[in-house]
Design a binder for this molecule. Sequence first.
Ligand code: FES
Length: 499
Amino acid sequence: MKITFQPSGREVQPPQGATVLEAMRLAGLTPDAPCGGGGTCGKCGVYVDGVRRLACQTPVRPGMTVHVPAAGGHVIQETGVGGEAELDPLRPEARFHAAVDIGTTTIVCHLLDGRTGAVLATAGALNPQRAFGADVISRIRAALDGNMEALTAAVRGELSALLAGLCREAGAAPEELGAVAVVGNPCMQQLFLGRSPANLASPPFAPVLTRREVLPARDYIAAAPEASLLIAPDIAGYIGADTVGCILAAGLHQSDRLTLVVDIGTNGEMVLGNRHGMTACAAAAGPALEGASISCGMRGAAGAVDRVWLEEEGVRFSVIGGGAPEGICGSGLIDLAAVLLESGAVDRRGRLRTAEQCPRMAPHLTEDGTGRCFTLCGGVRLTQEDIREVQLAKGAIAAGIELMARSLDVALEEIDRVLLAGAFGSFIRKESACAIGLLPPELLDRIETMGNAAASGSRMIALSREAFRQSEELCRQVRGLHLESVPGFSRCFARHTWF
Ligand code: FES
């Protein structure tokens, strides 16, 4: 049985009973499939005979032609600040090195000058594993369901392509690469290395990568035939080398200032501390804050509402690319939640009010067979269920911050600075994040953004043997907090789901 994908013209022969989503993966296409094919997120739309269908719910049939809509240009946070280390690479003779951050959503790669440590070129791409689900849990499930090889091949292939492109851009030969440092969360690293993430599927979530490792890169990345692959270890099964990278880049381990680093991605990884002690946790924020589990949610790409604010005349918004709004991305979502709260369109419990209860927002407040919703414009709207998702996500992060402070026996007001890492942290408005209680309002004036801190840490590891050594030491020093096991977590979480 043969089916064809347009506009790429790719053809595959999927097995009987396969879905269009499975056929797309076979064809090497990387559709958005945040729920991993569960039929619940509605994001895997394709066109069959001119009708939009969910790829994961549509069985293939012989001779079928499937039209795949364009993915749009996503905004990828490639650069980060901080992260200076003495130049002392493991392979001092090499002319070039590379630093990689494998995120659940995006992969970022820097090509580095071996003599100066300067970043010569940077590239980013969406993680092709997203065809198996948006979050770590769906990737683990997919790996354990027999897709391990496909997941590993997908990330290695993309990384290799990125690295080859960077070498071409900078006039470097792949053979001249000396060290390639890779950080990521435990699941991303294990999938990249081809090691089963079974340890992450159930308690005690023991980490597999407990020591730093130096491996021949050629076994993992075709575009780095002579390089050494540097793998930084994980702090815990749920806190990975990307968090180690953030600590290195922020210099927590060398500073007296009590610092909170929040990396809000598909997972909310956070660290609190200074050189006298550090604790870290991963909050199961889910993909809501990246727009994945929101009915009108989308990533930060052209067509996404990325800013929402309130003026005397009503609600205003901006759209990435300036065209018609197609959905709302994470930063727009946090803004909109803050606007709903400020205007009284939702109460503290997150319940949408009716047009009669909130006349100011009456034109936006509607109700249909599925319940109440807030329509921003056209088809972009937030349902009561969407607001619930935002509450769960922000509740998980806020609870994580409170419990980390408690474990270090410090009050939130004692925190000297808050560093927002990652793409999402770079684009959210801190005022909105504080207004809805995602971040502690008392720290509003101490919030700074630091871009892709994990990639900055990876760069330090590639360039400095000392930083690579410290990555292992940090794993022993930082106390990993498994939030669900902390006494009082449920109550703390429930309290923080309120606005
Ligand atoms: Fe198809 Fe989510 S609905 S992947």
